[in-house]
Design a protein around this ligand. Sequence first.
Ligand code: COA
Ligand code: MG
Length: 305
Amino acid sequence: MTYPERSVLSVPGSRPELFEKALGTEADLVFLDLEDSVIEGMKAEARRLVVQAVRELDWRGRPRSVRINALDSVHWFSDVLELIEQAGAFLDLIIVPKVEHAAAFRSLCILLDQLEATAGLGRRIQVEVQLETAPGILHAATIAAASERLRSLVFGPGDYAASVGMPMTAIGVTDQWDAAYGGSRLDYPMHQLLVAARAYGLRAIDGPYADFRDLDGLRRAALRARALGYDGKWCIHPSQIAVVNEVFTPTREEIAWAQEVLRSFREAEQRGQGATAIGSTMVDAASVRMAESTLARARAAGFDV
Ligand code: COA
Ligand code: MG
């Protein structure tokens, strides 16, 4: 199943009163969380609620998606088992947090193979992984290469900051520490994740911005990810979705420029030229690839270009 992924809304699996609200938003992807937004004492109850929601709710064409607990927790095995045994025929996508090593991730994928076969699903559930610790970022390439189920790599700024000892006042925000540092403190892990994702044909998705009333700060963080080449960003509150959708949709100017580049290049080709100029800007085959990348993004966002 293909799906757009500019905005990804997280909903705590222990709060069923939010499920319908989340599915009624403009978020491209919605997932029900069994991990960090659910307290230890509610894990089993959340799993039951999530199984029911995957089976019964109207997801409005979106993939039915659940974030399971991390592979070093005592919960993930029951998460996967119950999800597939009880809702496997409905489930489309599993998000796995804190993936650190390709080997452990591959074990999960083998378990999925087994459970899918036993349930007679006849199709593969897709997977996204969060790289949000020092080992996860270090092993980004081998993790990205580990399974054909993978669709996206997702950066996790809060857990990453904790993992490497980086002070950060709230998840994904910029604060006085960024001012003290100068450049972008998340540039290295975000770039590493991006390159690993692209090397294996995957999407790169940024994590959330915790201050859901600070839409200017959210926009800056989303633009930083978009400027790097990321495809989308997580949201934790419905108020964030419009900003994120806007930032990750190519503007009309970008689309018009991409089309102009393709037009000029085709005309130049007719004249036997591989390089031409639009005004004072040189355009060649690399410009065409850049333009095609913009148009692919536009198509993913629903533009007929
Ligand atoms: N999904 C769906 N609806 C949500 C929502 C979400 N993630 N977050 C808030 N809402 C709803 C509220 O229920 C409320 O609905 P109402 O107007 O019908 O009462 C409305 O949006 C406004 O919410 P607000 O009062 O501003 O926020 P809050 O204080 O109730 O909740 C949070 C704030 C952060 C606790 C909540 O947004 C949340 O739990 N987000 C998800 C956290 C998460 O999943 N974390 C893990 C992944 S990073
Ligand atoms: Mg996390």
